[in-house]
Design a protein around this ligand. Structure first.
Ligand code: DOR
Ligand code: ZN
Ligand code: ZN
Length: 400
């Protein structure tokens, strides 16, 4: 006799490309049955017909700053922020303090954040010269390679050293998420006063160069290009067999209009033509995943002169509601929101997440698409003085 599920969730759910009334049986946090009538369930949750039930979203790119920079964010504030934005799983980047480049530091970070997250999570390790990827692999969802300098000091951009490490990673089968700006093409030393100066110093050519240098791994490694800023870059990444991520700030902002240090980010906000091209490619389904690149800094740091302000924009809480608003307004289809925010990250990072199907984790994002509100930065759950979210003052449906 098959056991009855502990809980049954009933409502209008997204499955197989459409929304339909569905009953889902859940035991031990896993989906065990899916159908139009599921019996049992001590605990039966009936959602009204106005609710839209989507798979819980996965953000494969956050910087929660814990340990070491908890004045900017903690795992608790970051993951609460994620949850309130419909994100039920995050992958946290390794540029915390100390940076996660070896097994001891990884284990210490695991212990430090244990029991403090409101969502599921995985912790990246960074690739560095001589790092032991095969030793780290069982404990990480994926690796990070920083080819361009940014927050944290884990730049690794030397073609006499990267290939050995990539060969080691290839044997583990794990994805390498790459910050693909070639540091040799990033200008340094001239004072920057605004986002246009930052763009001058970090041209798209730095991204194309990084891709050309990564091409040699196209048959051997699983490579994911983080935060694509322009359409030719994302298209070339796909030609090479790489997967792609996009952040809401690159789909939204452009230089000339958005110039203060609040918008300073790496890779930089580009010009309007690049932004429009990227957004067009995204609308056509030409990018695999959303990755918020949630990178909070304190308001004090962001209020310093432009040149010394750190790069990074928060976004884990606003990304999915903003994309849901694009669905509501007809800019993108619901399928694209779900594939980019849930199905593809689950598949690419080999997690049983992102689909409302038996065997998958029972993670859901429940929206009331009729309730639309303006994003109010003061109500976000990220550390309160993180001042900017991509698209503040834009409208978005509220995840419940
Ligand atoms: O602007 C950025 N900020 N880009 C990155 O790659 C890192 C991030 C951070 O950690 O602050
Ligand atoms: Zn990056
Ligand atoms: Zn990042």
């Amino acid at each position: 006799m098959t056991q009855e599920p502990e809980t049954v969730l009933c409502g209008r759910m997204y499955r197989g490309g459409e929304l339909k009334y569905t009953e889902v049986g859940i035991t031990d946090g896993k989906i065990v049955t899916v159908g139009s009538l599921v019996s049992g369930g001590e605990d039966r949750i009936e959602l009204g017909s106005s609710m839209t039930v989507l798979p819980g979203f996965m953000d494969p790119h956050v910087h929660f700053r814990d340990p070491g920079m908890t004045q900017k964010e903690t795992f608790s504030t970051g993951s609460m922020s994620a949850l309130c934005g419909g994100v039920t799983c995050v992958l946290d980047m390794p540029n915390t303090k100390p940076p996660v480049t070896d097994i001891d530091t990884l284990m210490r970070k695991k212990a430090a954040v244990a029991g403090r997250s409101y969502t599921d999570y995985g912790l990246f390790a960074a690739l560095t010269k001589g790092c032991r990827a095969s030793l780290l692999a069982p404990y990480v969802p994926a690796f990070k390679l920083f080819m361009g300098s940014t927050t944290g000091n884990i730049l690794f951009n030397d073609d006499s050293e990267i290939p050995d490490v990539m060969a080691d990673v290839a044997r583990t089968g794990k994805v390498v998420s790459v910050h693909a700006e070639d540091d040799d093409l990033i200008a340094k030393g001239i004072e920057e006063k605004c986002c246009q100066d930052h763009l001058r110093d970090r041209p798209a050519e730095a991204e194309y160069s990084a891709l050309r240098r990564l091409a040699r791994y196209s048959g051997s490694n699983r490579i994911n290009i983080c935060h694509c800023t322009n359409a030719p870059q994302a298209e070339e990444a796909h030609r090479l067999g790489f997967t792609t991520e996009v952040a809401m700030h690159h789909l939204t902002f452009f230089t000339g209009r958005y110039e203060s240090a609040l918008y300073k980010v790496n890779p930089p906000i580009r010009d309007k033509v690049s932004r429009d091209g990227l957004r067009e490619l995204f609308r056509r389904g030409g990018i695999d995943m959303f990755g918020s690149d949630h990178a909070p800094h304190t308001l004090d740091e962001k209020s310093a002169d432009f040149d010394s302000a750190p790069g990074g924009i928060p976004g884990v809480e606003t990304q999915i509601p903003m994309a849901a608003e694009m669905v509501r307004s007809g800019e993108i289809p619901l399928e694209l929101l779900v594939s980019m925010g849930a199905e593809n990250p689950g598949r690419i990072f080999s997690q049983p997440k992102g689909r409302i199907e038996p065997g998958y984790d029972a993670d859901f994002a429940i929206f009331d698409m009729r309730r639309v509100t303006e994003i109010d930065a003061s109500k976000l759950h990220s550390r309160p003085d993180s001042p900017l979210t991509a698209g503040c003052a834009r409208c978005s449906p509220i995840p419940l």
